[in-house]
Design a protein around this ligand. Structure first.
Ligand SMILES: Cc1cc2nc3c(=O)[nH]c(=O)nc-3n(C[C@H](O)[C@H](O)[C@H](O)COP(=O)(O)O)c2cc1C
Length: 198
């Protein structure tokens, strides 16, 4: 059975470079046998998460966010670097989620103006880790200078994006069975942190 990979684009731009690098990484995951779905937060018009709302979970957009995250076994997460951070739209997506990400694997990519992408990548990884998800130690950033118009001119970055997509599939296949086996051990300490998600 194919691994399900959700590709999440955290950019709010129409002609988004973040979306372009995400598509290259997703092509790598597809080549490794994954079934891919895209969640583009520009098109998704997610409300700001309201923990006091009794009705927000019935909002069709919120339902889609919860259902697509639950469907996914692995994630490709793409953020533009905004003020040395992940985008607000992406952070808001995270704020709706927790059990849907636990025990799953994510690869993170970033599009930046001039920065190296470390801060947006680390902040996106932190959010995923704090939801008890596993993030790959590899990541990819593309800076403004790496583009020729709308084409990435640096083949090394294109190569890294494809490898990252493939690795999401590879390491999801390794971690998902371990997490599911741990959950079967119940809530006791022998199940580790997976026991908190049974
Ligand atoms: C509000 C805002 C803040 C930004 N902050 C940074 C930043 O801190 N570092 C950086 O390198 N680029 C920064 N940029 C540039 C974007 O990261 C860059 O243009 C990126 O490619 C945008 O992705 P997009 O094409 O998907 O919109 C910022 C852009 C905006 C609009």
């Amino acid at each position: 059975m194919s691994i399900h990979v959700l590709s999440v684009c955290g950019s709010s731009s129409k002609d988004s470079r973040t979306r372009r690098i995400l598509e290259i990484a997703a092509a790598g995951a597809r080549a490794a046998g994954a079934e891919i779905d895209f969640l583009d937060l520009r098109e998704t018009a997610l409300p700001i998460m309201d923990p006091d709302s009794a009705t927000q979970k019935a909002d069709p957009t919120v339902k889609r966010v919860l259902e697509t995250a639950a469907w996914a076994q692995g994630f490709l997460i793409a953020t533009p670097e905004y003020h040395g951070n992940l985008s607000g739209a992406l952070k808001n997506w995270f704020d709706f989620l927790y059990p849907e990400l636990a025990g799953k694997v994510a690869g993170v990519v970033a599009s930046t103006g001039g920065g190296g992408g470390e801060m947006s990548i680390v902040s996106a990884k932190n959010s995923f880790n704090w939801c008890h998800g596993f993030t790959l130690p590899f990541h990819v950033a593309a800076r403004g200078a790496d583009w020729e118009g709308e084409t990435l001119r640096d083949e090394k970055i294109v190569d890294r994006l494809g490898r990252l997509g493939r690795d999401v599939v590879r390491y999801t296949q390794a971690i998902a069975p371990a997490w599911e086996a741990a959950k079967k051990e119940g809530k006791g300490p022998e199940s580790g942190f997976a026991g908190f998600h049974t």
